[in-house]
Design a protein around this ligand. Structure first.
Ligand code: BG6
Length: 487
């Protein structure tokens, strides 16, 4: 198990606590990874009590057995396992901006503490300052004090820098765990193994063999109940400098010196630092209009709750990035993400160059396109690799085939909600899967020209249920390429 500690959750009544943290703690308890000395202290500005919070959280846990829409849907909740977690939950009312809340916390807390900021981003700075000023981030003896910060971390380069500076006044970089939940995904973590533990891949994972790379995070959902958040955020800020850049860094980084957190984070930061600032002329910006998604009518973005009728916020972003280093110079990385598309699909496609041998160029034999290797991140989890082979028959005719591996079939381990590893790592002090200040700032720096350019003009409209705006297709077609189809 992880060392005994108290997990203080700011925003204990919120959605993140219910939907992700509690299921993750339940799974950790089930796996025997929580120490008997583990405690949870929920802090929220609403009135509640130990009993009421336990009752609420028990109800939500039970609702997951009926709700099949989220990541966590067990057949039943094991009473003993949930009892272990539930019995450790306490509540404290607290205003995140009131020093007295922190003084009260100080009275209750000793030893190892992980402070989890499951609160709106506007409180990140204030909570860390509250903790620091109350002396709650001082580590004495072996006891650790760590702070987990959710995204979005800043809303552009300047605000991310300011937030980093503000929190780093209160504690040391190694005490801060900036979460990017994509790094909690097994399929994202596995990229490191796929790339560096397979002799047949590492030699070809470079510009001599790779024509381009596509990174896609397509969603069928709209903004749901998050109109207010999304109006201030948009697809670019919501997904690109954080989630997609974390994938980009895993795909592009050099082999780290070791599996130590700092070596891995150095390798990722070096890759992100080599990304050239995005060019607004090589990007696409879209917003969904009414349409049909999987047979169901869907409203346009401007009709959603808490969204302005003339909103210019993008719900789709595509961009071309270049990386100036020995491995990737000249290889474009195309990134795209959007809501209300026809398919839910998060994947990386490595598009290899076609063979240069003239052997198969004769009429009717080919074509022999470049191989495509697709690292399927969500919801399908696995790898699809395309091959050119000979079609069975008397003549040499080429055909396309695909091999497919699925994590769920190859391994029997229970699927996780993604936050188990992140929480466990934080309790054990492994920062590998968390973002360091330099990587966050590097992500913002790379998209800064788009943030600037997109302050004016209109996003291009695309019907809900489609593949996105036409300009996203043009972005790659101009280079003589085409996105993999979203189906
Ligand atoms: C979140 C974004 O960080 O990631 C959401 O705020 C998005 O808008 C979500 O839907 C996607 O995550 P996942 O794990 O569902 O692919």
């Amino acid at each position: 198990p992880a060392p005994p500690c108290t997990l203080v959750i700011f925003g204990a009544a919120g959605d993140l606590t219910k939907r992700l943290l509690m299921p993750a703690l339940y799974n950790l308890a089930g796996a025997g990874l929580l120490d008997p000395g583990f405690q949870i202290l929920g802090v929220d500005h609403n009135e509640s009590s130990d009993e009421a919070l336990r009752r609420d959280l028990t109800q939500t846990m039970e609702s997951f057995t009926k709700d099949r829409s989220g990541e966590f849907h067990p057949d039943h909740i094991d009473d003993e396992t949930w009892g272990f977690v539930c019995a450790r939950i306490r509540f404290q009312k607290g205003d995140f901006e009131d020093p007295e809340s922190y003084a009260a916390l100080k009275e209750r807390l000793t030893g190892n503490v992980v402070f989890y900021l499951a609160v709106s981003a506007r409180f990140f700075g204030a909570v860390v300052e509250g903790l620091g000023k109350a002396g709650l981030l001082k580590e004495s003896g072996d006891a650790f004090r760590r702070v987990v910060i959710e995204k979005p971390f800043g809303s552009d380069l300047a605000s991310a820098k300011a937030l980093n500076a503000r929190i780093l006044k209160q504690g040391d970089e190694r005490q801060f765990y900036r979460i990017d939940h994509f790094l909690g995904k097994e399929t994202v973590q596995s990229i490191l193994a796929v790339r560096f533990a397979n002799t047949m891949l590492e030699p070809v994972w470079r510009r001599a063999f790779v024509d381009h790379v596509e990174i896609t995070a397509a969603e069928t959902i709209g903004v749901e109940a998050r109109g207010r958040f999304y109006e201030a955020t948009g697809a670019l800020r919501d997904m690109v400098p954080n989630h997609l850049f974390q994938i980009l860094a895993m795909i592009g980084m050099e082999p780290p010196k070791s599996l130590d957190a700092e070596d891995i984070r150095d390798a990722k930061a070096a890759l992100i630092a080599a990304v050239r600032p995005a060019d607004p002329g090589e990007a696409a910006r879209g917003q969904y209009a009414a349409g049909t998604v999987r047979g169901k009518a869907a409203a346009g973005y401007r009709e959603e709750a808490d969204v302005a009728k003339d909103s210019r916020v993008e719900t789709y972003a595509a961009l071309k990035l270049t990386i100036e280093n020995e491995r990737w110079s000249g290889v474009p990385f195309y990134l795209r993400t959007g809501k209300r598309l026809g398919t839910r699909l998060t994947e990386v496609a490595i598009r290899f160059k076609p063979t240069t041998l003239p052997l198969f160029h004769a009429d009717g034999v080919g074509p022999a396109p470049g191989n495509v290797m697709r690292l399927m991140i969500d919801p399908e989890q696995g790898i699809r690799t395309g091959f050119t082979v000979k079609r069975p028959g008397p003549r040499m005719l080429l055909g396309q085939a695909e091999t497919h591996f699925a994590y769920g079939e190859a391994f029997k381990e229970a699927p996780s909600v993604g936050y188990e590893t992140l929480l466990y790592d934080c309790m054990t002090g492994d920062a590998t899967l968390f973002q360091r200040a330099d990587a966050i700032e590097g992500g913002w720096a790379a998209v800064e020209p788009l943030l600037e350019a997109w302050k004016s003009g209109e996003p291009e409209s695309y019907p809900a249920g489609s593949e996105g705006p036409p300009s996203a297709a043009h972005l790659v077609e101009r280079d003589g390429r085409a996105w993999l189809r979203l189906d």
